[in-house]
Design a protein around this ligand. Sequence first.
Ligand code: HBI
Length: 364
Amino acid sequence: MSASLDRPLRLLLLSTSVGALGSGLGGGVELTLHNIAQALSLRGHSVKIVAPSGSVTPFPLVEIEGTLQPTAQNEGRTAAIAMPPNAVLANMWAYAYQVQAQFDMLVNFAYDWLPFYLTPFFDRPIAHLVSMGSLTDTMDTIIAQTIARFPDSIGVHSQAQADTFSFGTQCRVLGNGFDLSLYQFCPQPEPCLAWVGRLASEKGLEDAVAVAQIVQKPLKIWGVLQDKAYWQQIQQQYPTAPVTYEGFLPTEQLQSALGKCQALLMTPRWVEAFGNVAIEALACGVPVIAYHRGGPAEIVQDGKTGWLVEPGSISGLVDAIARLEEIDRYTCRRQAEAVYSLAAMGDRLEQWFAAIFNHADIPT
Ligand code: HBI
């Protein structure tokens, strides 16, 4: 029985604490949070966002001071829990604890130990959107404890991401949702390729640059330059690759530049939880060529909206580029509309929240 909500909810959305909203440091979570706030508002729910000071959002916002959280990707599996002095994460959740009575549900976007640990101490249910796959033992353990005690409380973007955890089958797979009116369909591309993401080693940019050097087709790169040494090393390794770093653009500008490209290359080294940029590309009619790994493998329809390639296979990427004209760009746009619109995501979110309330036996 698909549970449903019978009234508008008052929702407190707690952001990632690795960076202010709008800084790009929060990676895909920044756009995900914004889109979820929009999808829920469109359905009549009231949302308020709690985020580090300096954040920018059109939604009601409470900015919290404090030290940003170190990013989890750079820690090893056995890393201890990081809590810097005056941690903004701790301050955000202290605020949430004070105001929880004004809300029906809290939604956590931080991939950190504290929000999960605090869940049993709150009077309100907390829905956790887990934004990455398994990274550390402490996170795996605390999320497993949370889902055991609060069934349905863990949302993820893809089954592949869920399956990196021992409790993968208990996670709620939500995909993602985008305001597709912001993305213009481009029927006629320019002869260039695109790569979008944080410039960091887990994103595997070097493979896309290697391909650009082989096919001698311009590759445009957008995203936060997170690891300068990594980028320098790639440029030295592929001196004749026709690549340009185009900076970090907000959605409006990114979609109009990305839309003009023949294809988006996604070459992640890790299990990409989802790959927001794949949907943004499809929304503009841009086929996606991706390693058959993680979230993108659940988004790309091989041979219809792009090509899935053996992970790490440079020759596979080259072959896929040669077959791009077999992909109908309008089919790409249609897939985004059918599955990844704000309305489709709003449905999935409401069903998720209703399931959480059902378990908690809390009248919605
Ligand atoms: N690291 N500690 C920590 N907490 C986060 O919320 C977090 C992170 N690293 C990356 C990140 N969030 C997001 O960029 C990705 O989840 C998309």
